[in-house]
Design a protein around this ligand. Structure first.
Ligand code: NOJ
Length: 549
């Protein structure tokens, strides 16, 4: 066995992210669910991905779309039942795919039995020891215990009313107040997550996506951010003690048959510190957010690609290539703006004009780029349809807690979570079944009639058929996926590289058409070629006589 079949699947896999609330609704309540995923599994098979990752389906009050987990070892009735999850895992495997589930270890829901017990038990109780409860500052404890802020806006602390009715302690929440942070120094916390890992491994899942991977361990004493020394990790992120947790998890997954894996959600900016999580006895992979954040610019992208490969090489981990997810502005929209970079910027780019035609053209080229790079790739549901960020959702229908916590200055992440259009000429585009009791939980734009799966199927110029063809070629081409890359000389604004076996990828990010490098055949292009020229904002895969051929 040589090449891909000899490697663990996760080194090459193309993973499709399902955000369950917005994928497909099976029971007609307007919210996506497990029945919907099971009914639409054939879409993933026809698309040609290797695996799927589902955002949380666990019991949750949905204060943060399911990232506020009240029971990690059961399914929320909104999504279905545990039996349905088990059936889905089996069906995914029968379809020849793998499945990764989400794990949310930094915090739980404020409705989690542990947190309810902690509130009831009062200050100094063992129950509070599983969380970060502290007395406030100020004469009456009326000020938060430190100056940390929540990722969603406002202070990272919430004051509780004690069982005797007095204003009491504060608890830490790096996200919404409904998401109290766990204290990972507490043995119960560690034991409970091992239990959860085993629970899902026993049910056959192939891996876990780890939410806010670097935040679990906090700096001792919870020092103020104001005292933070430049060049050291922030007191709530990337603390040395977090690595031991992942080493113990790795030992656990390695004790299971099959090739179970982890993918970390790591926004750690320093490449060397990022790579520490990917040492051979820690996580297998992590999301490549520098790639997602990069602007549509050849030099910047080349810098990120080289930086990514250089960071991963010493630890022997495969890179991942990610363009969008359920937290970030869809890349059709990003690439159609003047400033094409992504940042969590409090929504400041939200009102910028967008050229969706240009954004779509670039998104098509970006798909061929990311699927040709060495390693594994992620496809966020709807990117294979060319969906854009729905920026004109009225505030009244938006549900992301960011909107509220930012005092409405940040519109939040609902715009990338609008339910998928499957078929038909008007909303709900078969997202809900016929006769559904409720409309989709967020309204879909009428223009998506041209972007439904049915409308695009069989149209060779559609985004969907581009993805299907690219994924078919990627599977057939032994040099794609994990492995080496060699850059080719190219004009300014152009990226050109070749993979073992002689597949060359060229991306023209300049404003002018450019000549194609020498080749035997054009396998695929993201837009029609102009004679022998590659038009602006276009990518092509070429068959070349390359190393190893
Ligand atoms: C990252 C998840 O992707 C995001 O959706 C969530 O809001 C936060 N972590 C908190 O769990």
């Amino acid at each position: 066995m040589t090449g891909r079949e000899a490697r663990p699947w996760w080194r090459d896999a193309v993973v499709y992210q399902i955000y369950p609330r917005s994928f497909a609704d099976g029971n007609g309540d307007g919210v996506g669910d497990l029945a919907g995923i099971r009914r639409r599994l054939s879409h993933l098979v026809e698309l040609g991905v290797d695996a799927l990752w589902t955002s949380p389906w666990y019991v949750s009050p949905m204060a943060d779309g399911g990232y506020d987990v009240a029971d990690h070892r059961d399914v929320d009735p909104l999504f279905g039942t545990l039996e349905e999850a088990e059936a889905l895992i089996e069906e995914v495997h029968r379809a020849g795919l793998r499945i990764i589930v989400d794990l949310v270890p930094n915090h739980v829901s404020s409705r989690h039995p542990w947190f309810r017990a902690a509130l009831a038990a009062g200050p100094g109780s063992p129950e509070r020891g599983r969380f970060h409860f502290r007395a406030g500052r100020g004469a009456d404890g009326e000020l938060p215990p430190n100056d940390w802020t929540s990722y969603f806006g406002g202070p990272a602390w919430h004051r509780v009313t004690e069982p005797d009715g007095t204003e009491g302690e504060w608890y830490l929440h790096l996200f919404a107040p409904e998401q109290p942070d766990l204290d990972w120094e507490h043995p119960d916390v560690r034991a409970d997550f091992e239990h959860t890992l085993r629970f899902w491994l026993d049910r056959g899942v192939d891996g876990f996506r780890i939410d806010v991977t670097d935040a679990l361990v906090k700096e001792a004493g919870l020092p103020d951010r104001a005292d933070h020394r430049p060049g050291t990790p922030l007191p709530w992120a990337d603390q040395p003690g977090v690595h031991e947790i992942y080493r113990s998890w790795r030992r656990l997954t390695d004790s299971y048959p099959g090739e179970r894996m982890f993918v970390g959600e790591l926004w750690t900016p320093d490449p060397e510190r990022f790579a520490r999580y990917l040492r051979p006895d820690e996580l297998h992979t992590a999301f490549n957010f520098p790639f997602l954040k990069a602007p549509w610019d050849a030099e910047e992208l080349r810098g990120v690609i080289d930086g990514t490969l250089a960071a991963h090489a010493p630890v022997g981990a495969p890179a991942t290539w990610v363009l969008s997810n359920h937290d970030t502005t869809r890349h059709v929209t990003r690439y159609g703006r003047r400033d094409t970079a992504f940042a969590f910027d409090g929504g400041s780019r939200h009102a910028d004009p967008v050229d969706l035609r240009l954004g779509t053209r670039r998104a098509r080229a970006a798909a061929l780029l990311s699927l040709a790079l060495p390693g594994s790739a992620y496809v966020y549901q709807g990117e294979e349809l060319g969906l854009w960020e729905v920026e004109d959702l009225p505030a009244a229908v938006r549900q992301d807690p960011t909107l509220r916590q930012s005092g409405e200055s940040d519109p939040g992440r609902d715009g990338c979570r609008v339910p998928l259009p499957w078929s038909g000429s008007a909303p709900p585009f078969a997202f809900t079944p016929p006769g559904a009791a409720r409309p989709p939980w967020l309204p879909q734009p009428g223009e998506w009639k041209d972007l439904t799966v049915t409308a695009q199927t069989g149209d060779p110029s559609s985004v969907l058929e581009l993805y299907r063809t690219a994924l078919r070629l990627r599977r057939a081409e032994p040099g794609l996926g994990d492995g080496s890359l060699a850059w080719l000389p190219a004009a300014p604004g152009v990226l050109a590289f070749t993979r073992p076996g002689g597949l060359t990828c060229v991306v023209n990010l300049s404003a002018e058409p450019v000549a194609l490098p020498e080749h035997e055949a054009v396998l695929l292009s993201s837009a029609p070629l102009d004679g022998g020229l590659l038009p602006a904002d276009t990518a092509a895969w070429l068959r070349t006589t390359g190393p190893g051929r």
